[in-house]
Design a protein around this ligand. Structure first.
Ligand code: SAM
Length: 270
């Protein structure tokens, strides 16, 4: 069995634990398209010749593009922020402000990684004016993901990164492409909503549009696999799929990670 590659970012809804299960349902094809790539666990652990990796978060895609292009020199630069001096609240809030104010994409990308590993629970949250506003976490020695970044850089040579709405990415798919969709989860309850990833809410209407697009693309010979919680509203949402498959996984169900429970996941196969 080949060893799994860990994503180098902490990310809400990350699919690392589920990637073997998901992989067995991805049909073969020349190219995998991920309209909601997040921390990219499925990309890292699948074997397509080509990838289109999209996310609406521009900070995430900026980081991926720089890592893809620059490799080791950029990894070393990112590592220079992971020093004991920067693991104090005074420095954290100074660097967070620097992240929010800089127009230098290289510096912004490295600071995004610094914030991901030093911020509370790896959360990614912005205020209404787009400022990153996650408070500092309490980590004795935040881990620097050197080997994970190197693995990402190597595999990313097969990928094209885009930063648009998922519907645009899906509409640009071509016959025989395979699509894996991991949209923000349908909330388990109103208070458990995790759907505000980057200034945009992922509304019920968007979940419905996604299910409609999957069906339309299927009729054009494009096969899609979609992840979500297995709950009555999502079973209804994906009732037009060819098949639904299920598994159980331990997940944090509160934004601060304090509540963990066994939740049922579904994959809708189109
Ligand atoms: C559940 S996460 C994906 C997790 C990912 N599969 C992983 O393993 O880490 C959902 C992603 O969708 C992105 N997203 C939210 N709304 C979007 C939209 N309208 N278009 C594209 N991406 C969107 C978020 O920024 C987030 O990264």
């Amino acid at each position: 069995m080949t060893e799994r590659i860990r994503p180098f970012l902490k990310w809400a809804g990350g699919k690392f634990k589920l990637c073997d299960w998901i992989n067995q349902y991805l049909p073969p094809g020349p190219r995998l398209i991920e309209p909601f790539v997040g921390a990219a666990a499925v990309f890292l652990n699948s074997s397509f010749d080509h990838y289109v990796l999209n996310d609406c978060n521009p900070d995430l895609i900026n980081l991926y593009r720089l890592l893809q292009r620059e490799g080791i020199s950029f990894i070393d630069y990112c590592q220079s922020f992971f020093i004991p001096k920067n693991n104090t609240s005074k420095r954290y809030y100074k660097l967070r402000q620097q992240f929010n104010e800089t127009h230098d994409t290289y510096e912004k990308a490295a600071l995004f990684l610094y914030l991901n590993r030093h911020g509370f629970n790896g959360l990614c949250r912005y205020n209404s004016s787009g400022g990153f506003n996650v408070p500092m976490g309490k980590y004795l020695k935040p881990y620097f993901p050197y080997s994970e970044m190197l693995a990402f850089h190597q595999k990313a040579q097969r990928a094209v990164f885009t930063c648009v709405d998922f519907s645009k990415t899906m509409r640009e798919a071509e016959k025989h492409d395979v699509i894996y969709c991991d949209p923000p989860y349908y909330p388990l309850s109103d208070s458990a909503s995790f759907t505000r990833y980057h200034r945009y809410d992922f509304s019920h209407e968007k979940q419905v549009l996604l299910a409609q697009l999957c069906k339309e693309l299927q009729q054009q010979g494009i096969r899609t696999v979609v992840s979500n919680h297995a709950i009555p509203p999502t079973r209804k949402l994906y009732k037009n799929a060819n098949k639904l498959v299920f598994c159980e996984v331990m997940r944090s169900i509160s934004a601060n990670g304090s509540q963990r429970t066994l939740v049922k996941e579904l994959l809708a196969l189109y």
